[in-house]
Design a protein around this ligand. Structure first.
Ligand code: SF4
Ligand code: SF4
Length: 442
């Protein structure tokens, strides 16, 4: 038998803990474990001891002929080329009512034309007959500037999905400023089941970062908090996104305390909180470069913030997050996912929306009209293979990172390590502590 390349051992108080990144198995281990682990040469695959079976199940040991890199390659290809679902990120407009200093998007005027809408409906119809799920994320710019387009298209998509008896799911990424009471019913009706809304600090900090374009002197904080409260009364889950950099990280603790306080009225069982890492990804956002944290700094801070969420009673999700196996990284390296802008241009990565030179086609065109550049851009994401780089090939968190953001690597030639590289063991120690205190109180 052989050892997994992805075993990570650490001490927690007086216990020895083992984690395996291929299976995400976590176990307290003892002398018997190490006695087997250190004598694998003499242990046969037919060994019927329970300890050997448990070690195999956790992925800590493998049969002699196992090749974990091949398994990872297989997983990655299955993830990338899984065509059982159809997932679109639709920007009915890329205009925005906000002017956030770190925004990376390239704005272009206009709303989605009827022609593009009809083509989207045709695409959903074609896919609904073949796929197991149709998933839509409304995106922008600010998508709620185009509410009537969102609701009209939702009606048409849902009618198609009900005809083909295929599940329909939807979510929205919005700044939350234009959400109104009557939208609660619409979100319920059109199955917009999650809404990601950014709040970048307590009122005085948020209002310097999330700024109305036309009337920057009017703060947006109070209105957005009201939107979260309204959404808590709908069937949508709210994800509050806090984009962190060196300038607001200190303030983020205070924001969490504010959001947790009963007077604010946010339902902690229906509200997730996530932390975005502000990066100067495009030329548009390069002016904030000096404010950005390194991934190592970000990883350390996020763990502390997730502990804070746990302590403040946010329980819609478990904090700190437990690592998960990644097949592929995101929609950019998935064959069935595209971002579509209001003019019908298709992109692989959310960062590229509005930048026509980065598009991989247009839904209004025949595929024969696609340029060589468009085809090669599509291919470069789909053929982003992290194990071709030595650092990733030898990295013990490869199965839970899968090489990091493809855009960073393909476009900027930067290795974009996931935060697990820096905070995995510390996160697992906190999780051990939480699990042991639950066990002790049971
Ligand atoms: S490539 Fe990177 S930036 Fe683009 S969608 Fe994927 S994770 Fe996001
Ligand atoms: S990107 Fe970094 S953390 Fe991810 S697999 Fe490669 S070396 Fe490891």
């Amino acid at each position: 038998m052989i050892k997994s390349k992805y075993n990570i051992f650490f001490d927690y108080e007086d216990r020895k803990i083992a984690f395996n990144a291929m299976t995400c198995g976590l176990a307290e281990v003892d002398d018997e474990f190490f006695s087997v682990y250190n004598s694998l040469d003499s242990i046969s695959e037919d060994d019927s001891r329970q300890i050997v079976a448990d070690m195999k199940k956790g992925g800590f040991i493998l049969g002699d002929d196992s090749d974990e890199l091949k398994i990872l390659k297989y997983r990655n290809n299955r993830g990338k080329f899984n065509d059982s679902f159809f997932s679109l990120v639709i920007a009915p407009t890329i205009q925005c009512n906000f002017a956030c200093p770190y925004c990376y998007e390239t704005a272009r005027p206009g709303m989605m034309s009827k022609e593009v809408q009809d083509k989207l409906v045709e695409l959903v119809e074609q896919n609904a007959s073949q796929k197991k799920n149709i998933d839509i994320t409304w995106y922008g710019g600010e998508p709620l500037l185009a509410k009537s387009i969102i609701y009209d298209l939702s009606e048409r998509f849902m009618e198609i999905c009900s005809r083909y008896e295929v599940p329909y799911t939807a979510g929205i990424i919005t700044n939350g400023y234009l959400f109104e009471e009557e939208d609660i019913e619409k979100f319920n009706k059109y199955r917009i089941r999650y809404a990601q809304i950014t709040i970048d600090g307590t009122k005085e900090v948020h209002n310097t970062r999330r700024i109305l374009k036309k009337t920057p002197e009017i703060g947006t904080f109070d209105k957005i908090i009201e939107t979260v409260r309204m959404l808590n009364r709908s069937e949508s889950r709210v994800v509050i996104r806090i984009n962190v950099d060196k300038t607001n990280i200190e303030n983020t603790n205070r924001l969490i305390e504010y959001l947790a306080s009963p007077e604010v009225g946010i339902d902690k069982t229906k509200t997730n909180i996530s932390f975005g890492h502000v990066k100067a990804n495009t030329d548009n956002s390069s002016k904030v470069k000096s404010n950005c944290m390194s991934t190592k700094e970000y990883s350390v801070e996020v763990l502390e913030l997730q502990k804070k969420l746990h302590d403040c009673g946010f329980c819609a999700q478990a904090y700190p997050h437990y690592p998960g196996i990644k097949a592929n990284y995101c929609g950019a390296d998935s064959i069935c996912t595209f971002v579509i802008d209001h003019e019908g241009y298709k992109y692989k990565c959310w960062n590229e929306v509005g930048c026509i030179e980065q598009s991989v086609g247009n839904i209004l065109w025949e595929t024969t009209e696609y340029t060589d550049d468009m085809i090669s851009r599509d291919i470069k994401y789909m053929t982003h293979y992290p194990w071709e780089r030595e650092e990733c090939r030898n990295c013990e968190v490869l199965p839970i990172c899968m090489g990091g953001c493809p855009f960073d690597y393909v476009e900027n030639h930067k290795l974009s390590c996931e935060r697990w590289k820096y905070s995995l063991i510390d996160s697992l120690k906190v999780i051990c502590l939480q699990r042991l205190s639950v066990a002790n109180n049971a």
